[in-house]
Design a protein around this ligand. Structure first.
Ligand code: KIV
Length: 269
């Protein structure tokens, strides 16, 4: 079966089910469960490496895990995060790093923030599809003062909307919205033909993404802290609790996204 393209996925008119993935075994299981897009997220810094945040993840890490995922799911679309420090400083370096991720097996690269319009234009001109991650951007967790919902004030909502408009104009293929009010995500989604993918952004995005450890209910915070001190984010849902197997849990997530059952109001802001 040939790999589905993003355009085919959009043309199918269904909600897009995206899930993070970092290795070949989970890639294979997730593909069999019907996941549309596997996100090799730099969340691997936290869920695989046990760090406090995503900031120490390197290009080598992302290349390695992208290759692992591509080996396990050769027919599934793969999106890979450009890690902190790999795209912010120099446009040529950014294009070179994006190309390295594409060569490792990614179909789309994801960058965080609305500032890097010239970089996105260059990547798109060179045939590299880009997703713009807006709202709460984990690589800016220190500047943002922690894991906080974004877009609550008029000013912040306008900034996120304008960033989405600019990224769309620069040629981004997808907009990922993290931890923004559901109303704002709906308004942004209604503006564009390109899909929006939500995580803590309500039901009206064109698709959803979850971190697989959250879907399985197995993440309990950074390695150095006691699991009892960890509170899962509002948008996380443990699908394994009501499923007999990991593959069934992932399949139930996919169906819940497609049937517009997940995220429910309790997972949204
Ligand atoms: O790195 C990641 O897993 C992500 C998701 C939280 C969207 O960017």
């Amino acid at each position: 079966m040939p790999k589905q393209t993003l355009d085919q996925l959009i043309a199918a008119g269904e909600k897009i089910a995206m899930l993070t993935c970092y290795d070949a075994t989970f890639a294979k299981v997730s593909a069999a469960a019907g996941v549309d897009v596997l996100l090799v997220g730099d969340s691997l810094g936290m869920v695989l490496q046990g760090a406090e945040n995503t900031l120490q993840v390197t290009m080598q890490d992302m290349i390695y895990h992208t290759k692992c995922v591509a080996a396990g799911a050769p027919n599934t679309l793969i999106m890979t995060d450009m890690p902190y420090g790999s795209y912010e400083h120099d446009i040529e370096d950014a294009c070179h790093n994006a190309q390295a991720l594409i060569d490792a097996g990614a179909d789309i690269v994801k960058i965080e923030g609305g500032e890097f319009l010239a970089t996105v234009r260059h990547m798109v001109k060179r045939g590299i599809p880009v997703c713009a991650h807006l709202g709460f951007t984990p690589q800016s967790v220190i500047q943002l003062g922690g894991y906080k919902i974004q877009g609550k004030t008029d000013e912040s909502a306008q900034k996120i909307t304008q960033d989405a408009i600019n990224m769309h104009a620069a040629g981004a293929s997808l907009i990922l919205l993290e931890m923004v009010p559901a109303n704002l995500a709906r308004q942004i989604t209604e503006k564009f033909k390109i899909p929006t993918i939500g995580i803590g952004a309500g039901i009206d995005c064109s698709g959803q993404v979850l971190v697989i450890q959250d879907l399985l209910g197995i993440y309990s915070g950074v390695a150095s802290k006691s699991p009892g001190d960890y509170k899962a984010p509002r948008f996380a849902k443990n699908f394994l609790a009501e499923s007999g197997s990991i593959q069934q849990a992932i399949a139930n997530y996919v169906q819940a996204v497609k049937n517009k059952i997940f995220p429910a109001a309790e997972h949204s802001y």
